[in-house]
Design a protein around this ligand. Structure first.
Ligand code: PGA
Length: 274
């Protein structure tokens, strides 16, 4: 029996419809870096909250430490969660310039970015210190957003997979499968951050799938399947939908475009739960 083109198409549609969805809810986080004063941050989230009311994803904003209180109060009742850009692993003590996780939880912070490439590049973060931070954030019951990614030189030397492998293994060292399953990872190629150069969807998806395979190797397939992996690096309203449609891209970590409510909202609206 020969099937007509229409019959083949109908069967193909059924197969696609039956493919189990990943069950991973997309998560889009705005990393404000060292931008916005407390009052500017408050104005930004007030505008943003109204724009993302119907977004079908998890949304967070990560203002600088001094803005967390005011921005957190302005977020009250909205669907946007409060994230910090870093946190120290000790609970208290003589650590001038550092911020303890307990100080963040009291302000309503629920996620903490750790190991951002700017921390690694300019502030001496290593896989070991990133791992200490990840453990402390998890112990406090918050969600770490662990950033990894290669530099341009590393990519040009064919080292992308090796670098990401080292950073994921190092950052997750000694963590249990259930701890890892609750984390968010962010793949951010350093050469794409703030440069306007975005990885192609194929390049991004490829590294995301390599990371997920590594998680399966380090733990197991259900753990790897549960971890949400964001893409970061020049995500904008005009490239977000394509990136977010990739099977292993579960959200975005957004820098520059997160500073404008309409741009960030457009990216959030492009992320859809399966
Ligand atoms: P960008 O920054 O969107 O401005 O490239 C992303 C990031 O550093 O998290």
């Amino acid at each position: 029996m020969r099937l007509t083109d229409n019959e083949i198409e109908a069967i193909a549609q059924k197969i696609v419809a039956k493919t189990p969805s990943s069950g991973r809810r997309p998560i889009v986080v705005g990393n404000w870096k060292m931008h916005k004063t407390p009052s500017e941050g408050e104005a930004l989230v007030r505008e943003l909250a109204a724009l993302v009311e119907t977004a079908d994803c998890e949304i967070g904003v990560a203002p600088a430490y001094p803005c967390l209180g005011q921005v957190g109060r302005a977020l009250g009742g909205s669907k946007i969660s409060l994230c910090a850009q870093n946190a120290y692993w000790e609970k208290a003590g003589a650590f001038t310039g550092e911020v303890a996780i307990g100080m963040l939880t009291e302000l309503g912070v629920s996620q903490v970015i750790i190991g951002h490439s700017e921390r690694r590049q300019f502030f001496g973060e290593t896989d070991e210190t990133v791992n200490l931070r990840a453990k402390a954030v998890l112990e406090a019951g918050l969600v770490p957003i662990l950033c990894v990614g290669e530099s341009l030189q590393e990519r040009d030397s064919g080292l992308t997979h090796a670098v990401v492998d080292r950073q994921v293994r190092g950052g997750l060292a000694d963590l249990s499968g259930s701890q890892v399953a609750g984390m968010v990872l962010a793949y951010e190629p350093v050469w794409a951050i703030g440069t306007g150069k975005v990885a192609t969807v194929e390049e991004a998806q490829e590294v995301h799938s390599v990371i997920r395979q590594l998680l399966a190797e380090l733990h197991d397939a259900p753990t790897a399947g549960a971890v949400r992996i964001q893409y970061g690096g020049s995500v904008k309203p005009d490239n977000a939908a394509q990136l977010l449609a990739q099977p292993d891209i579960d959200g975005a970590l957004v820098g520059g475009a997160a500073l404008k409510a309409t741009d960030f909202a457009a990216i959030c609206m492009a992320a859809k739960a399966e």
